[in-house]
Design a protein around this ligand. Structure first.
Ligand SMILES: [Zn+2]
Length: 546
């Protein structure tokens, strides 16, 4: 059996029994020993690998809430507001005006040979562009003859040009659909809200199939982003996981050069609770070292900035009506009971505090029927929970994965528009969660915001909004707590804390290879920790080579 010993400037283990080391021994893709060179040598002959002698080894980062379909989106035109890195490591400039967005689309259009093929864009967020919806007339200026579709950053709205509407038979008067606003001329404006309204058009603008599902090339590309951001375990939080998709994921993640462990959750969609639970139990048995199946994702409400999250009194600050339920209380209870009985974990998306309350109450009921000491049910986002709710969650053994990046990207809008100055302070209340004893992870929800756990940690530590205000001084957590959240905290949320999240004997040899020790960084600098690449299951991946 071959043993490789890596030496490093420092090895930050996240194991409290031995927080630092200089050498780590790896055998069969797992960690054999961590310590000094003398200590690891006690395991017998080894090969010394000194390529990391001037680097810091850190546990491979765990992204507990992302969507691998970002890999597919990068083949479309990037229309986002912020500069953003693609899978090849190239940074695309943000488009800070609607004219810049249209110019980016025109430049891509000019390079297309086939006059009929669709032009597709993604990540457009009008909230930063005077908050005006994009119209088909604007997109017709890019091309009136080829179908164009641009996805909103939320993934819940599509903007289409006249040609795309025409191909979907929607360029006519008398369309009557709540998700399809009409202009003064009686024709659709080009804005399509919600899956029902988007579906007939998306097939004509290059988004065949479900936009939530990654394709083969997209999965490989997303894994390249993981290497660049130090991530070795990544979730795909709302996957349909039909047989073709599972086969593809098993094949691609099984390739010797695939650099991450992917954890796709089966979305509660298209199957009843009674059908879903045995299906997920079946999927769980197909798991491999690099594809971990067998978890359920349930969505309770919508998004706060889209005014579709369910809020308790006093509701939205700007007077918008309360949001949407995506599940009935009866379905939630039935699914919770069946999953507890089968020993399966459920991650429930709750954005508004009313949705969080429903999930807490239904889990409490379900636990009376099927008591479980370690069910690991997780609330995802859970952005508006207050102290009483965190206390209740702790009592029930729930954990939380907070959307720390939201504070930066939409914190100013939450203050002025959605929830107002008071509740904006408690959004993504990481300090309160920890103080109440709720296990904590933090996430990017990529592609909604960019993958990058050190940036996510920075958000939780500094709580700065886009305009530079600190929002929620008393909800800040320390650098050490944030580093725990992006390693052991996220591993705990996936019930993989015995396998990944720290550099510890018996665990998978998953490391983020860094140029400096993030614990030594100023709190305002943790997002800037330079990443050389990763080691995953004992295999070395340099960001420069992927
Ligand atoms: Zn998500």
């Amino acid at each position: 059996m071959k043993t490789t010993v890596y030496s490093a400037k420092n090895i930050v283990t996240m194991n409290a029994q031995k927080p630092d080391a200089s050498h780590v021994a790896v055998r069969d893709g797992r960690i054999l020993a961590v310590g000094s060179s003398d200590e690891v040598a006690t395991w017998g002959p080894y090969e010394l690998d000194e390529q990391f002698a001037d680097k810091v080894l850190f546990p491979g980062l765990v992204e507990g809430h992302a969507h691998t379909m970002e890999g597919t989106l990068w083949r479309y035109v990037y229309c986002g507001y912020f500069d953003r890195m693609d899978p090849s490591g190239t940074t695309h400039r943000g488009n800070t005006s609607i004219d810049a967005v249209l110019e980016a689309l025109k430049a891509a259009e000019a390079k297309m040979d086939d006059p009929d093929s669709p032009l597709t864009g993604w990540q457009l967020d009008p909230i930063y562009l005077d908050n005006k919806p994009v119209t088909r007339a604007q997109l017709d200026n890019v091309s009136a003859t080829r179908p164009i579709g641009v996805l909103n950053a939320s993934g819940h709205i599509l903007y289409a040009n006249s040609k795309a509407l025409e191909l979907a038979s929607l360029l006519k008067k008398g369309v009557n659909h709540p998700g399809i606003p009409l202009g003064a001329d009686g024709l659709p404006t080009g804005e399509l809200k919600g899956p029902d309204a988007m579906a007939p058009v998306s097939v004509h603008v290059g988004m065949s199939g479900s936009i939530a599902d990654v394709d083969e090339r997209g999965l490989r590309d997303f894994a390249r982003l993981c290497v660049r951001t130090g991530v070795t375990t990544v979730t795909d939080l709302a996957a349909k996981l039909d047989p073709d998709s599972v086969d593809m994921m098993l094949r691609v993640t099984g390739e010797p050069s695939f650099p991450a462990c992917v954890v796709p959750l089966r979305f509660f969609l298209g199957l009843s609770p009674k059908e879903l639970v045995p299906e997920v139990a079946r999927l769980k048995k197909l798991s491999t070292d690099r594809l971990s199946l067998g978890r359920i994702k349930l969505v309770a409400d919508g998004s706060i900035q889209g005014y579709s999250a369910r809020l308790r009194w006093p509701g939205y600050h700007n007077g918008a009506p309360n949001g949407l339920w995506y599940v009935t209380p009866e379905q939630m209870l039935e699914l919770y009971e069946l999953a507890l009985e089968a020993g399966l974990q459920i991650h429930t998306h709750t954005n508004g505090d009313q949705a969080t309350q429903l999930a807490i109450e239904k889990l409490e009921l379900a636990l009376r029927k099927h008591p479980s000491n370690d069910h690991r049910f997780v609330l995802q986002h859970c952005q508006l929970a207050d102290r009483a709710q965190f206390t209740h969650m702790a009592a029930l053994g729930m954990s939380v994965n907070l959307f720390a990046n939201h504070q930066f990207y939409w914190g100013d809008e939450h203050y002025t528009l959605t929830v107002g100055p008071d509740r904006a302070l408690r959004m993504n209340a990481a300090r309160t969660a920890l103080d109440c004893g709720v296990p904590l992870a933090v996430h990017s929800d990529a592609p909604i915001t960019p993958l990058g756990p050190f940036f996510t940690a920075w958000c939780a530590v500094n709580r700065l909004t886009r305009s530079g205000r600190v929002q929620g001084e008393h909800e800040k957590i320390t650098v050490d707590e944030a580093l725990w959240a992006i390693t052991m905290g996220a591993a705990h949320s996936l019930h993989m804390d015995g396998l990944v999240g720290s550099i510890e004997v018996g665990k998978r040899a998953d490391f983020a290879v860094l140029e400096s020790d993030p614990r030594a960084a100023n709190p305002e600098e943790i997002k800037d920790v330079e990443i050389w690449g990763t080691v995953q299951g004992g295999r070395v991946f340099a960001a420069a080579d992927v």
